[in-house]
Design a protein around this ligand. Structure first.
Ligand SMILES: Cc1ncc(COP(=O)(O)O)c(C=O)c1O
Length: 412
């Protein structure tokens, strides 16, 4: 028999966050805690099906007018329209002027990928691979790979996190924008920056927008946590809406994985804001070509759940309450962890735990301290020191705080 044609295939390294969860599952220690994966957990440490989602799922199951025919290539029209409305706001000038469009996608990742594929084909000249794409340092690790796989050859980083002050490096960020070649693409986290939990203030966003406008830089927003940062959908969409009000053309990749708890249904939307109806329609016609060869047409269940919820005032109100429940639990865990660390006298300052927002906190633990937490304490967190606040519960808070205290005092 001839050797396998796959003999030369090298083994790819595992995806860190999924590997961490697999290691956690195998760990038999009863004290184990998973602070790695980016998903909401209840105070019992369990996944949460939002009550509004359960209700709408039953409505869908009982609706005999629905079937399993293919959706249009760009997705369910009422989902796309409502999803874009959530991002841009009811009063959006771009919606009123009919110069927006949506592409239903497989999660936020799908929206980023379809957006990246489009930009590579059509932005700044045809088949453009040389335009620089700027990603924050640090960022969600998939940003880089998505743009590389879409064909971009010049992926760069921009300053974002100031480790010493545990906050935003605004000057570094603005300097990088000043230096970037005109028409570069910038990936911006719309809110609840992953992994740092640190967002620009409205005033800082204004400064960012001013430089981007002057330097002709393209904003590609990634909105994966709308509602999680402040508990309010409108507040969390402030930056995107401000850029639209400033006349930018932009993309916004929306994920409904976290704020609807629909992780495995793969529900996302790429909102496109253009200058006029005609150019948005032309853009969408090209998006259709890209989707056709990627997943041909999207799945319906998650999109129906989101569309039904967003188009009914009563269900919408219920959803907002569900989002607030999740956001409030995160806020509570932040203040409880901070007060425990301060009560223990853990060296360093811990105000960043409550100042950071969204699902994650960038603890400041170094890789050796993280290793200690995993190996000695069975507490799983990313090597960057990022923890998912939802992994904390009233039952494991004391243990986690004492373990952080030990890690910081014993390991330098
Ligand atoms: C910043 C960021 N963008 C996008 C995504 C992708 O979300 P989805 O699971 O909907 O593809 C995530 C998920 O963790 C994220 O953290």
């Amino acid at each position: 028999m001839a050797a396998s044609i796959f003999t030369a295939v090298p083994r790819a390294p595992p995806v860190a966050v999924f590997k961490l969860t697999a290691d956690f599952r195998e760990d038999e220690d009863s004290r184990k805690v998973n602070l790695g994966v980016g998903a909401y957990r209840t105070d019992e440490g369990q996944p949460w099906v939002l009550p509004v989602v359960k209700k709408v799922e039953q409505m869908i199951a009982n609706d005999n007018s629905l079937n399993h025919e293919y959706l249009p290539i760009l997705g369910l029209p009422e989902f796309r329209a409502n999803a874009s409305r959530i991002a841009l706001g009811d009063d959006s000038p771009a919606i009123k002027e009919n110069r927006i469009g949506g592409v239903q996608s497989l999660g936020g990742t799908g929206a980023l990928r379809i957006g990246a594929e489009f930009l590579r084909r059509w932005y700044n000249g045809n088949n453009n691979t040389a335009t620089p794409v700027y990603i924050s340092t640090p960022s969600w690790e998939n940003h880089n790979s998505v743009f590389v796989d879409a064909g971009f050859k010049d992926i760069r980083t921009y300053h974002y996190w100031d480790a010493a002050k545990r906050g935003l490096d605004l000057q570094g960020l603005l300097d990088d924008m000043e230096k970037a070649p005109e028409f570069s693409i910038f990936i911006l986290h719309a809110c609840a920056h992953n992994p740092t939990g640190t967002d620009p203030t409205p005033d800082q966003w204004k400064q960012i927008a001013a430089v981007m406008k002057r330097r002709f830089l393209f904003p590609f927003f990634d909105s994966a946590y709308q509602g999680f940062a402040s508990g309010s959908l409108d507040k969390d969409a402030w930056a995107v809406r401000y850029f639209v009000s400033e006349g930018f053309e932009l993309f916004c990749a929306q994920s409904f994985s976290k704020n609807f708890g629909l992780y495995n249904e793969r529900v996302g939307n790429l909102t496109v804001v253009g200058k006029d109806t005609d150019n948005v329609q032309r853009v969408l016609s090209q998006m259709e070509k890209i989707v056709r060869t990627t997943w041909s047409n999207p799945p319906s269940q998650g999109a129906r759940i989101v569309a039904t919820t967003l188009s009914s005032p009563q269900l919408f109100a219920e959803w907002k309450n569900n989002v607030k429940t999740m956001a409030d639990r995160v806020l509570l865990m932040r203040s409880e962890l901070r007060s425990r660390l301060e009560a223990l006298g853990t060296p360093g300052t811990w105000n960043h735990i409550t100042e950071q927002i969204g699902m994650f906190s960038f603890t400041g633990l170094n890789p050796k301290q993280v290793e200690y937490m995993i190996k000695e304490k069975h507490i799983y967190l990313m090597a960057s020191g990022r923890i998912n606040m939802c992994g904390l519960t009233t039952k494991n808070l004391d243990y986690v705080a004492k373990s952080i205290h030990e890690a910081v005092t014993k390991i330098q």
